[in-house]
Design a protein around this ligand. Structure first.
Ligand SMILES: [Zn+2]
Length: 317
């Protein structure tokens, strides 16, 4: 049997950074490039920056890829190949797939939401024995994706897995999504800070970001501690509901806030799930930190691309 190894280029489009990597079907990252997203620029300037970061990554790796995978902040329309990221105002229904098809002719280009890519990346590179995995990204927003039997569940509109907008308190704060009491209103970085400031936390000197808030919590500041406890409790409720619904084996939580404050969040999340879960099948869920950090989305986008060229290295059942 002759086995031909394949390489693909993965692109991760976010409101603050654009990352591209060439990844082999054995999971090796051959090159990686990252630039700040020129999020306030015109659509074409953004498109040029995307093409440049992708072609630079390909040049670093020293060979053309077999396919292209894109994970993008949403909303996206996978069928139309367009993206409309909330934090990139110039892109509304922007044909990102077409831009990459033109830049890299003859190669299949696949697009999925960033939460879906994160979940697929975690499945491929760390949890391929999991039959039911929820990936959660807790950072500026709260996103996610579900991988069941090796398949990302996109849903009819491509938006399945939006765990950040599950309502956990109908009397909770209004969410920009139009809902109320969403997980994101408790657990995202801006929500943590908003609540802490309203409760009287005034930051430490210049820095009043989530890192400073976490340091205050570690030093015993009661408001800062409460902010993280609220976030952990919100995440725990979402995990409980998702677990009851999907019989989850694993929940993998990444994103800047979850990673930077893992010591303040994970023990409480696990404790709450154990305390509130009834049936044993809900209590058995494993809750882990992302082992891939900020690269989970790139690995997931690579997995999408590999599957598009029929590569079976990404297990699916
Ligand atoms: Zn919401």
């Amino acid at each position: 049997v002759i086995s031909l190894s394949r390489t693909v280029v993965a692109l991760d489009v976010g409101g603050t950074k654009l990352a591209a990597a060439v990844i082999g079907d054995d999971g090796t990252m051959l090159s990686r490039r990252q630039v700040p997203t020129p999020a306030r620029e015109a659509a074409q300037v953004l498109a040029d920056a995307v093409v440049r970061v992708v072609t630079d990554a390909i040049e670093d790796a020293g060979g053309p890829p077999d396919a292209v995978g894109i994970g993008s902040a949403g909303p996206i329309d996978p069928a139309a190949g367009t993206v409309s990221p909330i934090n990139i105002p110039a892109w509304r229904g922007f044909p990102l797939v077409e831009v990459l098809e033109r830049a890299l002719p003859g190669r299949p280009v696949r697009l999925a939401g960033d939460g879906h890519c994160m979940a697929l990346g975690e499945y491929w590179r760390g949890h391929s024995a999991s039959r039911a995995l929820l990936g959660m990204v807790v950072s500026t927003g709260v996103g996610g994706g579900i991988v069941l039997d090796g398949q990302v569940q996109a849903g009819p509109t491509g938006n399945a897995g939006h765990i950040g907008h599950m309502v956990i308190d109908p009397r909770g704060p209004d969410c920009p999504c139009g809902g109320r009491g969403c997980v994101e209103m408790y657990a995202s970085g801006p929500s943590l800070l908003r609540w802490a400031h309203a409760a009287g936390w005034c930051g430490t000197g210049q820095a009043a970001d989530t890192r400073a808030l976490a340091e205050c919590a570690r030093a015993g500041d009661p408001i800062a501690r409460d902010a993280f406890t609220r976030a952990a409790d919100a995440i725990a409720l979402a995990v409980l509901c998702a677990s009851a619904l999907a019989d989850l084996d694993d929940v993998v939580i990444g994103g800047g806030v979850a990673t930077g404050a893992h010591d303040l969040l994970f023990a409480r999340i696990r404790e709450q799930v154990q305390r509130l879960a009834g049936p044993a099948f809900i209590r058995r869920v494993r809750i882990d930190r992302s082992a891939l950090g900020g690269d989970a989305g790139l690995f997931g986008a690579a997995a999408l691309a590999l599957r598009s060229v029929g590569d079976a290295c990404v297990p699916s059942r």
